[in-house]
Design a protein around this ligand. Structure first.
Ligand SMILES: NC(=O)c1ccc[n+]([C@@H]2O[C@H](COP(=O)([O-])OP(=O)(O)OC[C@H]3O[C@@H](n4cnc5c(N)ncnc54)[C@H](O)[C@@H]3O)[C@@H](O)[C@H]2O)c1
Length: 373
């Protein structure tokens, strides 16, 4: 890795300064030693001028290509809506990066990016911050003790998304041309429809649910058990609610359930692994609440010889913010002290699996107006 970068604080350009950038990336970049905010990029002048004043960052751009050409920018974090073209440009500019999930909208878009980033020797991470959660990592350490799982469950109903306005101060701009945003959404919908094929193009919303919410769960599952071999079953429970049965080597099944729109106050996302005589539950916390790590619940059946009764232990993850750990890991990778935990390949694996899940559903063609959008 570049030794000059390792010596001084890494200058990070933030591309897309909306909710997740303002709630997590910017404050963390501001406070963590070894990192500094070098430049900001957004479509909104209001957002740029407000954040520029707040963080004391003079370099502000409306075009990400200008930010990428700034020599003070050593690395970027990509928090826009459409990531693929920005990732491509970041690689061409030779910048290390974290790209928020999903890596791109389709596997076809993502495939060349994985090879290109590797060819340039860049540190390139997908922002699957849950894989850096201390509680999740503690859970991974417990897996061996469970032995071969009989069954894996991953459940994500998320929770209410309308609460963050009262938890954090967020700067929103109303000065973005709505036709630009609409054109971007229409282009994404067309790319997704093409990737799903004519028989499944009608599941665009469900595919987006898998990308926006469910990609975290695909990553959590993959982080523990590798890439699923098969999709044995899929059901569209609702327009934003999907159920799938995946198959892992050795015949281990995983039941995956992902839904947007739960009106719960609590965050409802967990992975449960059932072994022959023990069970582990990893309960994830609301990702927008800082310093809240996942909790592990371990249950052990009684010994057959009666020497020990059944037991239950709760292992709280060390309080930390997974996004913060992700940035520390990114820095360690650039300094050559760690190997990426969430490389681009994983982002591609998840996109391929999301497509396979959708294609396991019964055919549903796009409505005419959707296809034309
Ligand atoms: N890791 C997580 O848990 C998590 C949570 C929320 C969002 N995300 C991801 O982060 C991304 C952003 O989500 P958000 O909730 O912050 O959305 P948002 O709409 O609040 O913010 C997106 C920002 O990007 C800007 N933008 C869009 N296109 C741009 C372009 N071409 N150039 C410059 N700026 C551009 C917009 O003006 C907006 O301010 C999404 O891809 C989402 O999947 C991840």
């Amino acid at each position: 890795m570049n030794p000059t970068v390792a010596r001084k604080a890494l200058g990070v350009g933030v591309i897309g300064c909306g909710e997740i950038a303002q709630l997590m990336h910017l404050p963390i970049l501001h406070e963590l030693p070894g990192l500094r905010i070098a430049a900001l990029c957004d479509l909104s002048d209001t957002v740029l001028s407000g954040l520029s004043a707040h963080y004391g960052v003079a370099a502000c751009y409306k075009d990400y290509r200008d930010l990428l050409a700034d020599p003070a920018v050593d690395a970027v974090v990509i928090c826009t809506f459409d990531h693929g073209p920005v990732v491509k440009a970041a690689i061409e500019a030779g910048k290390h990066f974290i790209v928020e999930k999903p890596l791109a909208f389709t596997a076809e878009q993502a495939r060349p990016l994985v090879a290109a980033a590797a060819a340039k020797g860049l540190v390139a991470l997908v922002g699957y911050m849950k894989l850096y959660d201390p509680g999740y990592r503690l859970g991974l350490e417990q897996l061996e003790a469970i032995g071969r799982p009989k069954m894996i469950h991953v459940h994500d109903f998320a929770g209410r998304f309308d609460r963050y306005q009262s938890l954090y101060t967020q700067l929103r701009g109303t000065d973005i041309d709505p036709t630009v945003l609409k054109a971007g959404q229409a282009a994404a919908a067309a790319e997704i429809a093409a990737a799903l094929g004519p028989d499944h193009a009608g599941y665009g919303d469900l595919y987006m649910t898998l990308l926006m919410l469910g990609s975290h769960d695909l990553a959590v599952l993959r982080g523990a058990f590798g890439v699923a071999e098969r999709v044995d079953y899929a059901q569209a429970v609702g327009p934003y609610h999907i159920l799938a049965v995946l198959g892992f080597p050795d015949g281990v099944p995983a039941l995956l359930e992902v839904a947007f729109g739960a009106q719960y106050e609590w965050w409802d996302e967990w992975m449960r692994v059932d072994g022959e005589a023990s069970q582990m539950l990893i309960e994830f916390q609301n990702p927008y609440v800082r310093n809240a790590a996942a909790t592990i619940r371990l249950k052990q059946a009684a010994k057959a010889d009666g020497s020990e009764g059944a037991s239950e232990r709760v292992l709280p993850g060390t309080p930390d913010t997974a996004f913060r750990r992700q940035w520390q890991h990114f820095l360690a990778c650039i300094e050559g002290k760690a190997a990426p935990i969430t490389p681009l390949q994983g982002g591609l694996d998840d996109l391929e699996l999301a497509e396979r899940i959708i294609k396991a559903l019964p055919a549903k063609m796009a409505a005419r107006d959707e296809a034309a959008a």
